[in-house]
Write a protein that binds this ligand. Structure first.
Ligand SMILES: Cc1ncc(COP(=O)(O)O)c(C=O)c1O
Length: 481
């Protein structure tokens, strides 16, 4: 989906697919939105889908499937062991990555679990461009520690830097030269999720791989958000503009020893998998897959989903298809910048990210600014985003808060799901909220789980600010929803 110029001169991202199945959406009145939010204890994960108008929580497992994926699902070969559908998926992964072994897992964190169980020992250090919540949880569970070596400027919210997800290769080199700690692998994350879906460049990955090889350390790629990263390499990295998406994919894979992915994102379906070259690693991983995920020819994925992943991976090689998400996000980011709303720039993949530190600077970090903003946007528009900030961090061992360096509200744009008018509606409600930001205040926990607290924790507003926000909405919009 490249941009299209209208007769008026306006440039818009134009959907290059048509909708053939739809799901009806309800838009509840603002008073009901407020009530449902409070019944869900201000945790948007605890909302019921029927209460949400635009679900921008995540791009995980909620991307629209193509006609070809649905057709393949009908034709899937159902067997506990030896399913033909698995072999087709295996062949597709081998074809794209040039790696001999493929192990299926039920989703991305299933891959992370078995990799951590095999590779991490207490005291190990795992350098990476940036962590992801479930990745770090598994490494820490096995006694390891994560060290982020993001490139300089990667965490600067407003920037022109096209590859903010790059590894700081100088820091990586000096770490590998000097450390006494055991480093089981270096991890690179494509389209680094928690800093706004920001990509690495192929040149940076190649340099990272060369350093790893020099020091005999494995390079593991988390390819869950590879699709967006591929598009950014193609469109932003001059040296790669003449390469096809397939060639870029292979060049990336050539750098890596192990690639794992969540097919809830990469593959437009539901599942996951690990690709690798070394049989000495594949064998013990197979044992862990059988123990934790399922037999080696399904790994916890239904055969229908495996069939959909196979087609989805092939569709991910089509630039017209993979540009849809990033181009919609860029449209959102450009419009919000024009309206003065603080967002992460340049636009990344996965979603548009509001910078809560600047949106609601009056909210203290321990009252969860990004989570408060997320609850406010649900009141303003029935839109469910996801907090990516301090609330997404678990506390330090001494019980103190681990303050996130970035406080973001992520508005995910699941691939091929929303229309441009829905995106425009979202921009409008964010703009209204920006104009009324002084009304937004913080949240506090009323029930706080110890692990991954953002999923199931319960919160309350620190005052009656949410009632006041809903009242302001009613007075500004009259009878309109
Ligand atoms: C970069 C990254 N790694 C791993 C995961 C975990 O994948 P899953 O949700 O399929 O367990 C995600 C999910 O959002 C992700 O974005």
């Amino acid at each position: 989906m490249q941009e299209i110029r209208l007769f008026s001169g306006e440039m818009i991202p134009l959907e290059r697919h048509k909708v053939r199945i739809v799901q009806k959406l309800e838009l509840l009145p603002v008073e009901d939105r407020l009530r449902r939010l409070q019944e869900a204890h201000n945790n948007l994960y605890l909302l019921k889908n029927r209460d949400i108008f635009l679900d921008m929580l995540t791009d995980s497992g909620v991307n629209a499937m193509s006609d070809k994926q649905l057709a393949a699902m009908m034709d899937a070969d159902d067997a506990y062991a030896g399913s033909e559908t698995f072999f087709q998926l295996e062949e597709k992964v081998q074809d794209l990555f040039g790696m001999e072994h493929f192990l299926p897992a039920h989703q991305g964190r299933g891959c992370e679990k078995v990799l951590a169980d095999l590779l991490i020992k207490p005291g190990d250090l795992v350098p990476m461009n940036y962590h992801f919540t479930t990745t770090r949880a598994h490494i820490v569970r096995c006694g390891g520690e994560v060290l982020e070596l993001l490139c300089e400027g990667g965490e600067i919210c407003t920037s022109d830097e096209p590859f903010k997800g790059n590894m700081n290769t100088t820091a990586l080199r000096s770490l590998l030269e000097s450390t006494q700690r055991n480093i089981p692998f270096v991890r690179m994350e494509a389209g680094a999720n928690l800093i706004g879906g920001q990509p690495f460049s192929l040149a940076n990955l190649q340099e990272t791989a060369a350093i790893c090889r020099e020091h005999g350390v494995l390079l593991v790629l988390d390819a869950s958000l590879l699709q967006d990263n591929l598009y950014f390499i193609k469109s932003r990295e001059e040296a790669c503009s003449g390469l096809s998406i397939r060639e870029i994919t292979r060049a990336i894979a050539d750098c890596c020893d192990i690639i794992y992915f969540s097919a809830r994102k990469f593959g437009f379906a539901k599942g996951g998998g690990i690709a690798l070259r070394d049989i000495a690693l594949a064998n013990p991983l197979q044992e862990l897959i059988v123990l934790n995920e399922g037999f080696l020819t399904y790994g916890g994925i239904s055969v229908r989903e495996m069939a959909a992943i196979t087609v989805g991976l092939e569709e991910s090689m089509d630039e017209t298809i993979i540009s849809q998400g990033p181009e919609f996000i860029r449209f959102m980011v450009d419009e919000l910048v024009r309206l003065g709303v603080p967002v992460i720039t340049p636009a990344g993949g996965l979603g548009c990210h509001l910078n809560a530190k600047e949106f609601v600077p009056h909210i203290a970090a321990d009252e969860y600014p990004a989570a408060a903003l997320a609850s406010a946007l649900f009141i303003a528009g029935g839109i469910r985003g996801m907090e990516r900030g301090t609330l997404s961090e678990d506390r330090n061992a001494d019980g103190s808060e681990k303050f996130a360096s970035m406080e973001l509200l992520r508005l995910a744009v699941p691939r091929r799901v929303f229309t441009l008018s829905q995106i425009k509606y979202c921009i409008d409600r964010v703009h209204w909220l920006w104009q009324n930001r002084e009304l937004i205040q913080g949240l506090k926990f009323t029930r706080e789980p110890k692990i991954l607290r953002f999923f199931t924790g319960e919160l309350a507003a620190v005052s009656d600010w949410q009632e006041k926000l809903a009242a302001r909405f009613r007075s500004d919009f009259g009878d309109s929803l």
